[in-house]
Design a protein around this ligand. Structure first.
Ligand code: C5P
Length: 209
């Protein structure tokens, strides 16, 4: 059986996570949410209390990230996501994490990686590349609903601003900016249910198997 990598990129809160997990389950592939590697690096740096802009220290934290120990429940906090997108502009941090992500992508029988630069930088030879997106307002609404459903208060306008700020930082950085690979299939989920997005993605993967 040939080894397959499915690369899923897109902005924050576009639905990449749910889609990636379902695809990995469906095909029996290993899944890596690469955002967690940036979050784990950021959290390690926050925990040291050392200055945030010291790239050499951040690189050391990135080299120490254990892919097997990544836990979203510990890394989900909003401040960690913000901090992650700040250290994600550092080339030596990216180099360290990309190397670990590439090694992961080779696992048998196949892998699903999701992030911002999987189809463009981490796995440019991936058999399937999806660019999953939705309008900032739709993404903010989904995040708002999630927070409210968990029993917390949320401010929709502040979340829209936040989503736009994160997009701006991720799309306009010099090293590995967020953009669709030339050969990626675009999946705009603004007016799609999760189920419809999953079925569309599954058809694309089935065609590549
Ligand atoms: O997807 P998530 O919100 O967990 O990612 C946190 C941050 O990590 C992103 O805003 C982005 O700046 C960075 N990231 C990245 N490249 C990836 C995955 C995440 O730069 N492949």
């Amino acid at each position: 059986m040939k080894h397959i990598t499915i690369a899923i990129d897109g902005p924050a809160a576009a639905g990449k996570g749910t889609l990636s997990r379902r695809l990995a389950e469906t095909y029996g592939f290993h899944h890596l949410d690469t955002g967690l590697t940036y979050r784990a690096t950021a959290k390690a740096l926050i925990d040291t209390g050392l200055p945030f802009d010291d790239e050499a220290v951040a690189e050391r934290m990135a080299l120490d990230v254990d892919l097997a120990g990544l836990d979203r429940s510990v890394l989900a906090r909003h401040e960690i996501g913000e901090a992650a997108s700040k250290i994600a502009v550092m080339p030596s941090v990216r180099r360290a994490l990309v190397e670990a992500q590439r090694a992961f992508s080779k696992k048998m029988p196949g892998t699903v990686l999701d992030g911002r630069d999987i189809g463009t930088v981490v796995c440019p030879d991936a058999a399937v590349k999806l660019y999953v997106t939705a309008s900032p307002e739709v993404r903010a609404r989904r995040r708002y609903d999630e927070i409210v459903a968990s029993g917390q208060a949320a401010d929709y306008d502040a979340i829209v601003e936040d989503v736009k700020k994160r997009d701006d930082r991720d799309m306009n950085r010099a090293d590995s900016p967020l953009r669709p690979a030339d050969d990626a299939v675009l999946l705009d989920t603004s007016e799609m249910s999760i189920e419809a997005a999953f079925q569309a993605a599954k058809r694309i993967v089935d065609a590549a198997l």
